[in-house]
Design a protein around this ligand. Structure first.
Ligand code: HEC
Length: 139
């Protein structure tokens, strides 16, 4: 039920909170669709904690801008978001709050979301593809 509510909220957010301002000025045909999916997933599932612009809330939720985890190894990142498996670069106990795992997300959606986050909000890191996400979760 929660999941459907999330999807509805994200569907309605799509237009207003899309990322056209941040879009790559010279996108290939595939890029806008990936960015749209990533933006919708972020707005529907992550923004409540990680906030507008992914800037976080000091002492409560980490910023995803220049986050070493977000910009680091894509497989470690996928395992954290999907399974809540903590990478070594991310010590426990920094935040009094918890992050839910997003095990229901399909690899293609995780890839779009992570690619979006790694290329927006001032972040510059490589794209993540679905095969990498699948491999990460198989390891
Ligand atoms: C309920 C609040 C909440 C939601 C929703 C949430 N997160 Fe988090 N996130 C956290 C907290 C708290 C941490 C820090 C966890 C820790 O260090 O133990 C975190 C950490 C992270 C980190 C590591 C950042 C760093 O540098 O330490 C990433 C990447 C991340 N979240 C991505 C996401 C993504 C992507 C989504 C949406 C699919 C999401 N989060 C949804 C609360 C949330």
């Amino acid at each position: 039920m929660l999941r459907y509510a999330g999807w509805l909220a994200l569907a309605s957010l799509g237009g207003a909170a899309g990322c056209s301002r941040h879009a790559d000025p010279t996108p290939t045909a595939a890029k806008p669709a990936i960015a749209d999916t990533g933006a919708r997933l972020f707005n529907g599932n992550c923004i409540a904690c990680h906030q507008e612009g992914a800037r976080g809330l000091p002492g409560v939720y980490p910023s995803l801008v220049s986050s070493p985890v977000l910009l680091g190894d894509p497989k470690d990142l996928a395992r954290w978001v999907v399974r809540g498996q903590r990478p070594v670069s991310m010590p426990a106990g920094r935040y009094p709050t918890l992050m839910p795992a997003f095990g229901w997300m399909k690899p293609g959606d995780v890839a779009a979301l992570l690619t979006y986050l790694r290329s927006h909000f001032g972040n510059e890191a490589s794209a993540v593809d679905a095969a990498t996400v699948t491999e990460a979760l198989d390891e």
